[in-house]
Design a protein around this ligand. Structure first.
Ligand code: UT7
Length: 325
């Protein structure tokens, strides 16, 4: 089997920052509660006229530029998202048009916060099987459109953003060396999108019928820790590696306390986990993609490092990949 790896990374974040202090003016919460319970200090909010596909396109263009592959030579585009511009066309098709990847096949993947790793593994399989030579994988969310801004239990947690990478053939022994994907549909009701009426962020008026996120945070927390720890162990087993071989863990950024609990369960020092939740909150599928981008940009991730990517999300879906950089 060919070695498939990441040739270039990109990201795109909305400029508008919503701090915990801003949220104090919107719901009954405090910077102290949000910081100690989640680790989040601020998050980004996309503007009304800034659809998911514009964030996805921004991230895609940077990843393409960093990959050395021309947009017109991209053969496959997969976008992981649960907050697309609309049911169709897919965000992947909107990106295809925007970047001029005329040759590509394009589709979206729905796996909530596990979307980036589900999409990464899906794309890798197409490349390893020989159907396509390269792929553009994007994780992009405008999840704040799905938030009930009266619900302090959820509105403090999420933010918008996008990350992307181009996959292609890499030196033998490098790239994505193992994958793990799992789903536990029996936990589906712990977090879901319903639509029986909510008040949107920019409109203080009667409840209107819009979809919004509901969540049983405490229960989800426990399942999240177990699922993430298991996913890392399974991916390591497949790679024939142990935890001591891992230089960096890039986890889904849902809650700093979840990351602490996973580190403790795996007995890996927390210093080996890359964390940027304080700046962006939970960007669903985009969290790991943006964290990976920043880990490389900041020089935390170096050539030859073994990195574990690990996530869980609504569904419940979990996934992990071991990558040799
Ligand atoms: O990608 C998947 C996304 N979801 C998750 O990962 C969620 C996982 N769960 C969590 O991260 C945590 O459960 C939360 C951060 C959501 C909540 O933390 P917690 O420590 O489990 O708090 P809790 O839900 O048990 O609430 C404790 C108290 C409650 O008050 P009482 O009943 O003790 O009086 C809540 O009403 O904190 C209250 N509370 C808040 N207070 C201030 C809940 N949200 C807030 C808030 N500000 N924003």
């Amino acid at each position: 089997m060919k070695s498939i790896g990441i040739l270039g990374l990109g990201h795109c974040l909305p400029e508008r920052v919503l701090s915990n202090h801003d949220l104090e003016k919107m719901v009954d919460t405090s910077d102290e509660w949000i910081t100690t319970r989640t680790g989040i200090k601020e998050r980004r909010i996309a503007e009304k006229d800034q659809p998911n596909s514009s964030l996805a396109t921004g991230a895609a263009l940077e990843a393409i530029a960093n990959s050395g592959i021309a947009a017109e030579d991209i053969e496959l585009i997969i976008v992981a998202t649960i907050s697309p511009d609309s049911n169709f066309p897919s965000v992947a098709c909107l990106v295809q048009k925007a970047v001029g990847a005329r040759k590509a096949a394009a589709f979206d993947v729905s796996a909530a916060c596990s979307g980036f790793l589900y999409a990464l593994t899906t794309a890798k399989q197409f490349l390893a099987g020989g159907m396509f030579k390269n792929a553009l994988v994007i994780a992009s969310e405008k999840i704040t459109d799905l938030i009930d801004w009266n619900d302090r239990g959820t509105c403090v947690l999420f933010g918008d953003g996008a990350g992307a990478c181009v996959l292609g053939a890499v030196d033998d022994g490098h790239g994505i060396i193992s994958d793990f994907m799992h789903a536990q549909g029996e936990f589906g009701d712990l977090m879901a999108v319903v639509s029986d009426g909510r008040e949107p962020m920019d409109q203080k008026r009667e409840l209107i019928r819009l979809p919004y996120v509901v969540m049983q945070g405490k229960e989800l927390f426990k399942v999240a820790v177990n699922s993430m720890a298991l996913a890392v162990e399974e991916a390591l087993k497949k790679a024939g590696l142990g935890l001591h071989d891992i230089d960096l863990v890039v986890p889904h950024q849902a809650n700093d306390r979840i990351i602490t609990a996973v580190a403790k369960k795996l007995e890996v020092p927390k210093e080996r986990f890359f964390i940027n939740i304080h700046k962006y909150g939970n960007m669903s599928a985009a969290s790991i993609a943006v964290a990976l981008y920043e880990a490389e940009e900041q020089g935390v991730l170096k050539k030859g490092d073994h990195v574990a990517l690990v996530t869980f999300g609504a569904g419940l879906v979990s996934a992990a990949n071991i990558v040799k950089w």
